[in-house]
Design a protein around this ligand. Structure first.
Ligand code: S3P
Length: 425
């Protein structure tokens, strides 16, 4: 259990663990490329370790020592039929992206996950992969995992998805590496584009036209990958510092891919004092240092268009809104109902326990601030981002906040509690 008490301010210079999305993709693309790949800055969170274990079960030699991972790629067709069920744990990215790769294999595989992942929608990925020629079945007519996949013989498609989702897009593009002809995915708005960037870096031809992206089959060559810090992890500390007047925090080497930086835009709109320094390139990804000084934040109306650029940051944005002066509206966030937990419902129930005036909207949240926060006994619902967001809220509360089942934080951010202790004054 994590115990949080009220602090005076936030101060210090830190780095956060490697980007989760990039770490997953590095292992996946390395496994199906020719030759060796070395990854540095790899996130040792449970989600990314699930991805490593799945590829080991398919005969890929992966040596992981802390943040350094060495992968001996076996080429596009070098994976072996797994003898056991592949376990994606809590990781939607592992299950959905891996489904795309497995759809291209001439063998049978079964993919499962934990209780939360077995409730998350899979038809959105399975439908396009079936249309490409894979044979896939799952519980409830293919909507839920466990999934059984017999792949091979794929044809390229043009797929228009109604939700902006990097996991859907990536699954189809990865299957496209095994398909005849070209494969195009068109989304309503551009979701995080790490797959496209990394495919290009491994030597694949990728074309973008508006919100559509196209790949053609090709050969991937192993390479060296440096993973920047995860802005979704940095976000917890950004909010803690931004909302606490007198704070001064530097977070170094954070990934600043524009499809991920919505949190910076929203906090600035709320009146936060945030600067970026040392902007540079980490392989094909932008990175830099984020400097935050504390201030009184103000409520805003967040427009739905920005949601894909901050989809994982909404729990902690709700905390910022609870501390801000005025009303905040978050809209276009219906996808949060099908994340690791029903995040809209859980944010409302747990923030209410802490004295926050908050209502659930059909596709978002309405939060009235500023609130006098009080410590409470929080249930994380085994959702890592809920646990961390509520811990941040606890820093502003009178009395003790306890986060039950805080071990789930290791899914994306091992060391969160220690880092928080380092910067809390
Ligand atoms: C991810 C995509 C996002 C995000 C998840 C990681 C990825 O999901 O919520 O934590 O690595 O592709 P969707 O794009 O499906 O919304």
């Amino acid at each position: 259990m994590l115990i949080i008490e009220k602090i005076g301010r936030i101060s210090g210079t830190i780095t956060v663990p490697g980007d989760k999305s990039i770490s997953h993709r590095a292992v996946m693309l390395a496994a199906i490329s020719k030759g060796k790949t070395i990854v540095e800055g790899f996130l040792q969170g449970q989600d990314c370790l699930s991805t490593i274990n799945c590829f080991r079960s398919m005969g890929i030699d992966i040596k992981q020592q802390g943040q350094r991972v060495e992968i001996a790629g076996r080429g596009l067709t070098g994976l072996q039929e797994p003898k056991e069920v592949l376990d994606a744990g809590n990781s939607g990215t592992t299950m959905r992206l891996l489904s795309g790769i497995l759809a291209g294999q001439n063998f049978f595989s079964v993919l499962t996950g934990d209780q939360s992942l077995r409730q998350r929608p899979m038809a959105r990925v399975i439908e396009p992969l079936k249309q490409m020629g894979a044979s896939i079945s799952g519980r409830q007519s293919g909507q839920l995992a466990p999934l059984g996949i017999s792949g091979g013989g794929l044809q390229g498609i043009i797929w228009e998805t109604p939700v902006a989702s990097a996991q859907i897009k990536s699954a189809i593009l990865l299957a496209g590496l095994y398909a005849s002809g070209k494969t195009t995915v068109k989304e309503p708005a551009i979701s995080r584009d790490h797959t496209e960037r990394m495919l290009a870096a491994f030597g694949i031809q990728v074309e973008r036209e508006g919100t559509a992206v196209t790949v053609r089959p090709g050969i991937l060559e192993g390479r060296h990958i440096l993973v920047p810090g995860d802005i979704s992890s940095a976000a917890f500390f950004m909010v803690a510092a931004a909302a606490k007047p007198g704070s001064h925090l530097v977070i170094k080497d954070v990934g600043l891919n524009p499809t991920r930086t919505g949190i910076i835009d929203v906090l600035r709109q709320m009146g936060a004092d945030i600067e970026i320094e040392n902007l540079r390139s980490f392989g094909g990804e932008e990175a830099g240092d984020i400097i935050i000084r504390g201030a009184q934040l103000k409520g805003i109306e967040m427009q739905s268009e920005i949601v894909p650029r901050l989809v994982d940051e909404i729990p902690v944005i709700a905390v910022a809104a609870a501390l801000a002066d005025g009303v905040t509206y978050i809209r276009g966030a219906g996808e949060l109902k099908v994340k690791e937990s029903n995040r809209l419902a859980v944010i409302v129930s747990e923030l209410r326990k802490m004295g926050v005036q908050i209502n659930e909207l059909p596709d978002g949240l309405e939060i009235n601030g500023p609130n006098k926060i009080r410590g409470a006994a929080i249930n994380s619902y085994h959702d890592h981002r809920i646990a961390m967001a509520m811990a941040v809220c606890g820093l502003f509360g009178e009395g003790k906040t306890t986060i039950a089942d805080s071990a789930c934080i290791d899914i994306s951010f091992p060391g969160f509690g220690e880092l928080l202790r380092q910067i809390a004054r």
